[in-house]
Write a protein that binds this ligand. Structure first.
Ligand SMILES: [Zn+2]
Ligand SMILES: [Zn+2]
Length: 154
């Protein structure tokens, strides 16, 4: 899950204008879709959202300081390791493969350590309720494959 930017293209079959970097919304952390407008290429939510998109470049640097569960900006002091898994991708054809390494904030980390999956699910869904079904599937897969949650002491 860590680092949307590491994925080849979260935008499925949509061709990107090469002059435009992959963008994501800083509020909900969803990949944004480029569309042609009178003003040129603009980035919009792929699905209707309850807020205007706040477009930021989708780069690892950004993704790597965003909690993989709740999406908050954080140093990610917690590391959750699981056996890498593959599940059908809800956002595009094909599968989503998880690399088995999740970075969590100081609020989500303890929930993972206590295996409070209901609590984690609640924190994950809150910022983007529209994706609740996908988030539930992802967390169920994490739960089934989880190895350990520990505080990263770096
Ligand atoms: Zn958004
Ligand atoms: Zn978090």
């Amino acid at each position: 899950m860590r680092g949307f930017g590491a994925e080849p293209s979260p935008l499925g079959g949509i061709m990107l204008d090469e002059s435009m970097p992959l963008m994501m919304c800083e509020i909900c952390h969803e990949p944004l879709v480029p569309v042609q407008s009178l003003l040129g290429m603009i980035a919009v939510h792929r699905e209707a959202a309850d807020h205007p998109p706040l477009a930021v470049p989708q780069i690892d640097e950004v993704a790597n300081c965003i909690c993989d569960v709740c999406g908050s900006r954080s140093d990610l002091p917690w590391l959750v390791l699981c056996t890498p898994f593959t599940i059908p991708n809800a956002f595009r054809d094909g599968n989503y493969t998880d690399d088995g390494e999740w970075g969590l904030c100081d609020d989500c980390g303890p929930l993972a350590e206590e295996e409070d999956w209901a609590g984690l699910l609640q924190r994950a869904i809150e910022p983007c309720p529209a994706n609740a079904r996908w988030i539930r599937e992802l967390l169920l897969a994490l739960q089934a494959n989880m190895l350990v949650a520990c505080r990263d002491e770096y």
